[in-house]
Design a protein around this ligand. Structure first.
Ligand SMILES: Nc1ncnc2c1ncn2[C@@H]1O[C@H](COP(=O)(O)OP(=O)(O)OP(=O)(O)O)[C@@H](O)[C@H]1O
Length: 380
């Protein structure tokens, strides 16, 4: 039975979707399982219409551009009086985070199975011009497929409403553990998101193989202190990640990890190189190596929502609240508001603090790294 406090926005869709159950709550919205009027199940993410800003918009548009077996399939965006709703493929197997947590750590062959799919999915996204910027075990879902010994991996969550990197740090300390060092210190967003994704994939591989994070995240508080982030950054820059005792990983696996977790983004291994690395190519089905060429060429099916249509829908949603949501979209197209509602002051304060602490730490290697990547060459 529907509880009074559980929202059911799908009731407004005139039977297009009906709510089946709640799937979960994120920092910026909630997700429900819905059944469409042709009896298919979809995961539907609900974000408050007022929460739409340029980041949410970009991320929804990015997701809509992707069509690949290792990316959660975007279906459509629609509005209810209070929410913007993103309908997408429903992954039945939970997140890879829970899978790894349950097993403690994964055998090398199992980790490779997931990692190969992660990299092929990321390569497709990058070739479509989309960097995920929030790759982590929690954002990779599993699809159980009959006849397959292990679930398929699906990249999901294109950073809806949290594309700004330090906003992630503020909202969820855990995400910091996947963040590339150049992202942590960067002031002006001029890092390469695709190269940063490779770092995050390296952290994921490490966690799958060792059952722990390579660089401990700052403890406790919701908003981590700059000094704590600095300790983590120091380990990243010095490549001091812990190798737990008693865990055997092949030399090829360790070599790949080391190349992915290189602090200097320019020296970090690239996706094309990962895809020919001997650890990666072991047991790789021959068709997997070239599958992205076909997916990049494949046309979208008829009826696929076009970017302009999505933009128009979002624009309408931004302009109109519950009270006047029924105004036809054609009547609500006006210039986007200047203020997108995003308050960067806390993030900026943490970052400035971090850079100041780094500057005065006396650690030359750290200072050098910060100089090179903060976007402010005056720190010396
Ligand atoms: N396509 C999907 N299929 C199945 N479950 C999903 C799907 N998308 C999201 N979920 C589940 O819904 C829950 C909420 O997801 P959501 O993306 O809103 O937040 P989150 O990623 O858990 O947290 P945050 O927003 O803070 O990163 C999660 O448990 C997630 O696994």
């Amino acid at each position: 039975m529907q509880s009074a406090i559980e929202p059911n926005p799908l009731a407004e869709t005139n039977g297009r979707y009906e709510k089946v159950q709640n799937l979960g709550q994120g920092s910026f919205g909630f997700v429900q399982l819905g059944r469409s009027n042709n009896s298919e199940l979809y995961a539907i993410k609900f974000l408050k219409r007022g929460a739409i800003n340029k980041y949410v918009e970009a991320e929804i548009l990015n997701h809509s551009k992707l069509r690949h077996p290792h990316v959660i399939q975007f279906k459509e965006v629609f509005l209810t009086s209070e929410y913007i709703c993103i309908s997408m493929e429903y992954a039945t197997g939970g997140s890879l985070f829970h899978y790894v947590q349950k097993q403690g750590r994964l055998k090398e062959a199992v980790a490779r199975w997931f990692f190969q799919q992660l990299i092929i999915g990321a390569d497709y996204c990058h070739k479509r011009g989309v960097a995920n910027r929030d790759i982590k075990l929690e954002n990779t879902l599993l699809q159980v497929v009959k006849g397959l010994p292990l679930p398929l991996l699906k990249i999901c969550d294109f950073g809806y409403s949290k594309a700004d990197t330090m906003s992630v740090a503020k909202s969820k300390v855990g995400t910091l553990t996947y963040m590339a060092p150049e992202v942590l210190v960067n002031r002006d967003g001029k890092y390469d998101g695709k190269v940063a994704d490779i770092w995050s994939c390296g952290v994921m591989l490490y966690v799958m193989l060792y059952g722990r994070y390579p660089f401990d995240s700052p403890p406790g508080a919701n908003v981590p202190k700059a000094a704590e982030i600095l300790q983590m950054l120091d380990k990243m820059v010095g490549m001091r990640y812990t190798i737990p005792e008693g865990v055997e990983v092949s030399p090829e696996g360790r070599d790949l990890l080391q190349r992915m977790l290189l602090p200097d983004p320019a020296s970090r291994i690239q996706l094309e190189q990962i895809m020919v690395h001997p650890w990666f190519t072991t047991n790789l089905p021959p068709e997997a190596a070239t599958m992205n060429d076909s997916y990049l060429r494949a046309p979208f099916p008829p009826g696929h929502q076009q970017p302009d249509e999505i933009r128009q829908l979002l624009e309408g949603a931004k302009q109109h609240t519950a009270a006047n949501a029924s105004v036809p979209m054609a009547n609500v197209m006006t210039a986007p508001p200047e203020d997108d509602g995003y308050d960067a002051s806390i993030e900026n304060a943490i970052r400035e603090d971090l850079l100041t602490h780094g500057k005065s730490s006396g650690n030359m290697q750290l200072q050098h790294f910060i100089n090179a990547h903060s976007g402010n060459m005056q720190i010396s």
